[in-house]
Every structure is written in structure tokens, then in C-alpha cells.
Design a protein around this ligand. Structure first.
Ligand SMILES: Cc1cc2nc3c(=O)[nH]c(=O)nc-3n(C[C@H](O)[C@H](O)[C@H](O)COP(=O)(O)OP(=O)(O)OC[C@H]3O[C@@H](n4cnc5c(N)ncnc54)[C@H](O)[C@@H]3O)c2cc1C
Length: 328
């Protein structure tokens, strides 16, 4: 076939914003290659999920439906996708660089004996396709190109760095059902239960504003002060690894090299020193505001605005002021 294939991960028919960002950049890659833009949805009961993908520019939407694929497992999804990709032979496969994508992409690339570029933040179109990605915790960038003829190129894409596809209401894609041979025998993981935690807040990697706390927050109660500000701003709450290790909040909120990479318009770092491993997760934030009582803290070197103060004094004032400003 050729084409640029977007893995359109979904939950109950809802696609994360990053899927539309991949369709936006995927269209540009497809045009550059003179190929089509395709999307693939995997799951169970997905028959009518293609609509938003067609409106966002996909020319074809493939649906791989099977009871064994109702929940994500590395074995099930990587096998179903690898079998499909071997048959269809897309040039480029785009997968979100989130918790599912980071798990799936290497397993898929291995099954396809394909090369992979992870956490891509830009696509360069001069001199053939190249993919820009941060390395050494964001201290340098690698520009990755693939050996001529090496197909497919498996790419994971950082959320919130590419522009979303333009939506054309009523536009439809060709929808193609794909049968898969995946069976229970292929899957070594057993999903016993899926517990969704509804914090009521926007997901960290998709958030436009993130309020994050570090060791300076001092306790679980300290995090409540951050949550108050986050609620007023409609922000997500993040944390440094130190705060997670102390048990003040849950590991799903860790930001950084071994946590989540965030790309908000505004990142507010409270009581975070600015260790390189934390900065690796926030380098593509548009504006960084740091609140720290140590004027020498490393975080001030990357911050656009710094407040040298005790966060317990500053945050309640900020929350009140934002509340008043937003009420107007
Ligand atoms: C392999 C590896 C991977 C890692 N991955 C990650 C990662 O993904 N994410 C991550 O965050 N870390 C990671 N780390 C840990 C990282 O090196 C740092 O230890 C950690 O980021 C420090 O967290 P912190 O800034 O909250 O704590 P600290 O470095 O202890 O800083 C606390 C800050 O709070 C300030 N402060 C204290 N009280 C107040 C107050 N009342 N008001 C205002 N400011 C106050 C202090 O001045 C200080 O600057 C990793 C480390 C390793 C070795």
C-alpha cells in the first residue's frame, strides 16, 4: 500500500488530542511523500469510530476488531498491528509518545524488524525525511533519518508539539474492516480489571496549564494548595519524583525523564529545584514559572518568570487573584 499510518488509540470511541496532532503532521508527511494518510483503530465494538478520523483528514480508516483486543496488551496490540502492517506496508507509522505508545512502539518495531525514532518533536522535510528528537535529557537534539528503503519508519510523537489537523465536517474516509488472527494464546498478559481514576482534571500530557509540586511542597496537604490553584486555572497537577517518592501524590503524576513529558503553554513549578531529569520532561513548555525560596535554584535558569518566595505564602494569593481575574 504505502501511506502514512496513524495508530488511533481510543477509549470508548474517544480519541486523545494527540491523535489529531498526528493526523495533522501525518498529512504533511503524506503530501511530501505523495502518499495517502491512513489511520488504524484497534479494539472491540469499534465499528462506528471512524467518523472523527475522516473529518480530520484520514483517507482510509482500518478497523481491527477482536474480543481479545478489548483492552490494551503489548502482545495483543503489537501482534495485530504487526500482522496488518506487514500486509499493508505503510512507509511511516505514527504512534503517540504516551504510556501506551511508549510500550507498543518498540514491541511493534521489533516484530517488524523496523527502525524507530522516539519522542519526535519536529519533522524535517529537506534532504529526505528526518525526525528531530531530544536526547541526553533534553540537552541535545538528534536528527534521525532512516536507511534508504527501510520500511516502515516507526515514529512516536510527543503530544502537544504538532498542530492539530484541520477538521472538515462531514468529510468521510473509506472504512475497511481488517480481520486478525490474534487469539488468547498470543497474549501473555491478563487484564483483570481496568480502574479509571476520574480526578476531574485534564490529563497531564494534554494539559495547557500544569501546576507541579516538588519536595518543597512538603506533604500531601501541601499538594491540596496546588490543587486549589489548578482547579481555578483548569490545569493538571504534576509532581517531581522526589514528591512521588515521599508518597505525597501518585506516580502517574510524575513529570520528567522517567515520568511524563509535558508540553503545556504554562508550567508552574512549585518547590522544585530543577534537576536535569525533571527538566527533561518540561523543556517543550512554552512558559515556565518557578516558585522557589532558594534564589540559586537551577529551575530559575530555565524559567521565564521566577518568584523567589515561600510557596505556601505565594500560592494562596495567586489562587485568589486568578479567581478574581477569571470571574471578571
Ligand atoms: C535515573 C533518574 C531518573 C530520574 N527521573 C526523574 C523524573 O522523571 N522526574 C523528576 O522530577 N526527577 C527525577 N529524578 C530525580 C531528580 O534527580 C531529582 O532528585 C528530583 O527531581 C528532585 O525533586 P525536587 O526538585 O522536588 O526536590 P529537591 O531537589 O529536594 O528540591 C526541592 C526544592 O524546593 C525548594 N523549597 C523548599 N521549601 C520551599 C518552600 N516552602 N517554598 C518554595 N520552595 C521551597 C528548595 O529550595 C528546593 O529547590 C531522577 C533521578 C535519576 C537518577
Amino acid at each position: 500500500m504505502a501511506g502514512v499510518l496513524v495508530f488511533a488509540d481510543q477509549k470508548n470511541g474517544k480519541f486523545r488530542q494527540v491523535i489529531f496532532e498526528m493526523l495533522g503532521e501525518g498529512k504533511k508527511i503524506a503530501q511530501h511523500l505523495g502518499e495517502e494518510l491512513h489511520a488504524v483503530v484497534v479494539g472491540q465494538g469499534i465499528g462506528d469510530y471512524a467518523g472523527p478520523l475522516g473529518e480530520a483528514g484520514a483517507d482510509k480508516v482500518y478497523l481491527i476488531e477482536n474480543a481479545q483486543l478489548a483492552n490494551y496488551t503489548t502482545d495483543g496490540y503489537s501482534k495485530a498491528l504487526a500482522d496488518f502492517i506487514k500486509q499493508e506496508q505503510p512507509t511511516v507509522v505514527l504512534i503517540a509518545h504516551n504510556s501506551v505508545g511508549k510500550d507498543l512502539a518498540p514491541a511493534l518495531a521489533q516484530k517488524l524488524a523496523a527502525g524507530q525514532a522516539s519522542d519526535v518533536i519536529a519533522v524535517e522535510y529537506e534532504n529526505g525525511l528526518r525526525f528531530k528528537r531530544p536526547i541526553y535529557a533534553g540537552k541535545a537534539y538528534a536528527h534521525v533519518s532512516f536507511t534508504a528503503g527501510a520500511r516502515p519508519m516507526v515514529i512516536t510523537v510527543r503530544p502537544k508539539v504538532f498542530e492539530s489537523a484541520a477538521i472538515e465536517a462531514g468529510r468521510t474516509a473509506s472504512v475497511i474492516a481488517v480481520t486478525t488472527s490474534v487469539s488468547a494464546a498470543d497474549i501473555r498478559q491478563i487484564v483483570k480489571d481496568v480502574i479509571s481514576k476520574a480526578s476531574g482534571r485534564v490529563e497531564l500530557t494534554e494539559a495547557d496549564i500544569v501546576v507541579s509540586g516538588g519536595r518543597g511542597v512538603k506533604s500531601t496537604d501541601g499538594f491540596k494548595i496546588l490543587e486549589d490553584l489548578a482547579d481555578v486555572l483548569g490545569a493538571a497537577v504534576g509532581a517531581s519524583r522526589a514528591a512521588i517518592d515521599e508518597g505525597w501524590t501518585e506516580s502517574q503524576y510524575q513529570v520528567g525523564q522517567t515520568g511524563k513529558v509535558v508540553s503545556p503553554t504554562l508550567y508552574i513549578a512549585c518547590g522544585i529545584s530543577g534537576a536535569i531529569q525533571h527538566l527533561a520532561g518540561i523543556s517543550s513548555s512554552r512558559y515556565i514559572v518557578a516558585i522557589n525560596k532558594d534564589p540559586e535554584a537551577e529551575i530559575f535558569k530555565v524559567a521565564d518568570y521566577g518568584i523567589v518566595a515561600d510557596l505556601f505564602q505565594v500560592l494562596p494569593v495567586l489562587t485568589e487573584e486568578f479567581k478574581k481575574a477569571l470571574a471578571q
